[in-house]
Write a protein that binds this ligand. Structure first.
Ligand code: HAM
Length: 427
């Protein structure tokens, strides 16, 4: 056997992942672009952090007791023995970067909130199903340095408007989970724990442990038995402190003012431990069980949990995979080619390559045949390319220094001199 003994074996993408291929990849790219453009219009600047972080960033940021950290992280030791984790979410890494680079100085002085946006792959080892993958793609924004309800409303509206413009009609669920103090969420968690201890035998067996480890998480259960018990559970809204109550009522007023419709959902707790006060989710009606196309909330204690200053934060992340599944725009995005050259013979092909290059340099998409096909085959390729025009160069055109430019949708055609091609397709 040679070193190539594996030859002949074929491979598939790892379980829970998928390849994004044309033409679907065009739709994907258009949605991501639209998101980053939408965020930029509100002053959110792009940030990129590494695909992996020290494991502790997520243990301390997302919470050592959260499902994401205990069950779903891709954690590995590198060759130097460091524990690293592929990011399961983007908020803790962004806050880590902000602290590391002292980016929050302006925000700390109260001058401006620091506004950041990202579009990145995330990794969670969940059980794969439609809309749930092990590598998925999120777009998100984070606003740091202000605890004003104006920021909550701005962030929620931006996500809502983007999802709509991406072709999905979202429902917005809204809640406040207060802050971590015995006069607020702390007191509530005790009341909830008492309630759960009293009914622990009625919970689904797999949820019983949560009663002592993380009682709030019991609301996340999808088990019918547990859901039935939780319908009787006390809800956080009855236990918020005055300040959190006021904050939440301001957020609601501002959202009404922005014409963003929402449903109050007192059982919405979300799966990550850093949340304080406002939490929300955007849900798509047509997605089945994995129907959350995005979610977010405030995380006023996260920066401190990561060893930084006190720095309130608010943001969301949207699942692009799910938005693509839910969006009504099934028609595929057009590709980048505007003009497809149909050239007959070697000399015509070399002219076509030169003209295509000139068009590209001028920002007009162009492609051509490389295989010397017959006219009919090249015309088929032109149609398949999604181009608006076929630019035909036969021997007659070649002799005259001209092109027959055919608009593919209307079949209208005209003769155009080589040098007038750019002007003609531009007009
Ligand atoms: P999250 O709710 O864990 O929040 O994820 C946000 C969105 O990412 C979900 O609503 C869903 O659309 C998508 N998503 C999550 N897991 C998967 C998966 N396995 N497959 C496909 N899509 C998935 C966060 O990640 C927070 N960092 C959001 C945030 C930002 N909070 C404050 N700022």
């Amino acid at each position: 056997m040679t070193a190539m003994s594996g030859a002949g074996k074929s491979f598939a993408a790892p379980r829970g992942t998928y390849d994004l291929l044309p033409p679907e990849s065009r739709r994907w790219q258009a949605k991501v672009r639209l998101a980053m453009d939408t965020f930029a219009l509100a002053g959110y600047d792009p940030i990129e952090t590494p695909a992996f972080e020290q494991t502790e960033v997520f243990e301390r940021g997302v919470g050592a007791g959260s499902e994401v950290v205990t069950k779903q992280m891709y954690t590995f030791q590198d060759r130097s023995g460091r524990s690293l984790t592929l990011r399961p979410e983007g908020t803790a890494p962004v806050v880590r970067a902000v602290i590391e680079h002292f980016m929050a100085r302006g925000a700390l002085s109260g001058a401006v909130p620091l506004k950041l946006a990202y579009a990145s792959a995330m990794f969670r080892q969940e059980r794969p199903q439609k809309g749930r993958y092990r590598q998925f793609f999120q777009v998100g924004i984070e606003a740091l340095g202000s605890d004003s309800p104006l920021v909550d409303a701005e962030v929620i509206e931006i996500g809502f408007r983007y999802i709509r413009s991406a072709g999905v009609e979202p429902r917005l669920s809204l809640n406040s989970i207060g802050h971590n103090d015995s006069a607020c969420r702390g007191g509530y968690v005790e009341v909830l724990s008492d309630f759960l201890r009293g009914r622990v035998d009625e919970l689904a067996p797999e949820d019983r442990e949560r009663v002592s480890t993380n009682p709030l998480r019991t609301f996340d259960s999808k088990e019918a038995q547990t859901v039935a018990v939780m319908a009787d559970a006390p809800v956080i809204s009855d236990y918020l402190c005055e300040e959190c109550k006021q904050h939440f009522s301001n957020v609601q007023m501002l959202l009404k003012n922005l014409d963003v419709p929402f449903d109050l959902e007192p059982r919405l707790v979300r799966g990550l431990d850093y949340y304080t006060r406002t939490t929300f989710e955007y849900v798509a009606a047509n997605l089945g069980s994995q129907n959350a196309v995005g979610g977010g909330g405030r995380y006023d204690g996260l920066a401190e949990a990561l060893g930084g200053p006190s720095l309130p934060g608010m943001g969301f992340a949207l699942g692009i995979d799910r938005i693509l599944l839910a969006a009504e725009d099934r028609a595929s995005e057009r590709g980048g080619v505007d003009v497809y050259f149909v050239a007959l013979g070697d000399e015509a092909a070399s002219v076509a390559l030169r003209l295509a290059t000139q068009l590209r340099a001028d920002g007009v998409g162009a492609d051509l045949d490389f295989t010397g096909k017959q006219m009919k085959g090249q015309m088929k390729d032109a149609a398949r390319s999604g181009a608006k025009w076929a630019a035909i160069i036969g021997s007659e055109e070649l002799a005259a220094g001209e092109i027959t430019l055919k608009e593919l949708a209307t079949e209208k055609q005209e003769r155009v001199a080589f040098r007038d091609l750019i002007r003609t397709v531009r007009s």
